[in-house]
Design a protein around this ligand. Sequence first.
Ligand code: 1CP
Length: 365
Amino acid sequence: MSGNDRPEGQPTQTSHAVAGAAADKTSSPFLRACRREPVPHTPVWFMRQAGRSLPEYRKVREDIAMLDSCMRPDLVAEITLQPVRRHKVDAAIYFSDIVVPLKAIGVDLDIKPGVGPVVEKPIRTRADLERLRPLDPEDVSYVTEAVGILTRELGATPLIGFAGAPFTLASYLVEGGPSKNHERTKALMYGDPELWADLLDRLADITAAFLKVQIEAGANAVQLFDSWVGALAPDDYRRSVQPASRKVFGAVAGYGVPRIHFGVGTGELLGLMGEAGADVVGADWRVPVDEAARRVGPGKAIQGNLDPAVLFAPREAVERQAAHILQAARGLEGHIFNLGHGVLPDTDPQALTDLVAYVHEHSAR
Ligand code: 1CP
């Protein structure tokens, strides 16, 4: 199927997402900002822009379990396109979850509604480690297929592939599910540094292989989510996490696609996360974007960072906060507007659509 002979019932494209193989994604504002080149307006996309805030998402997911939906290329493509059509964001993010590659290599896990990823038998010993075999591209052939559909359907809109970073994946595997304090994870990290290093190294290889599948299928950028690494102090990050994250970024450096790195509560880690090899560093709302840029240092773009909870305030308040971020970003080499973490499920989708329009209009150069 080419981009121009879409089957009946398939969505039509948004005005800036013109279908067709020749569509020039390379000069899109998003990719230009990642490369710190001049842009006509600040590009904007939202972490977790697909998902429960959208009625059209809830409708297509009605009778289908989360992990099952991730393995159906038609559904993945449809869900990925939904926020692009609705909000006119500058990039799509591939619909999946960070635990998909772990499921694909046979880890016994599920995504429980209202909870998140739950691992049946947590990984805590050297023997457990053997359950983490390398990822073969064949294990995730549905990803290759879905990215192929998407790169055609998206036209000029770039597609961001993603994966969970070794620390955040390890946290789910060691704890057995979501965790507030990451106590078992830290117990392993401090108590058996050798086993910890081997665990993170294996996860780095799995993550790198998963990102390569997405890039080789056509993803135009990748984001490595280290959502929970803000739980660590800088010295621990440097010693126990940075080598594995660096390995992931190094493994995909040769493709030349922008590499984004993001975590929550990582104000004290921004410099070290940039050092791990990313081209773009995401900041949450606790650090202003200009200060984040100072901490990250020259030669990298910054992504962020509106507090997702602000979207529950009246429109004028949202715009005031957005204006504040655009103002702080004015002197930066490259800025991609985003939230400081994912869209919250109860967010009014109209607030997101309005925010995209506001950012485009008020950053036009
Ligand atoms: O816009 C999009 O396409 C969203 C796709 C997406 C992404 C980027 C999903 C779908 N998951 C993720 C990444 C992800 N998953 C992260 C990193 C990003 C972040 O920090 O928000 C993390 C930490 C997870 C783990 C996870 N999966 C959680 C969090 C649990 C916890 O520890 O608090 C949850 C709730 C899930 C399930 C999940 N993943 C995605 C959706 C839409 C859902 C909800 C389940 C459902 O709809 O049934």
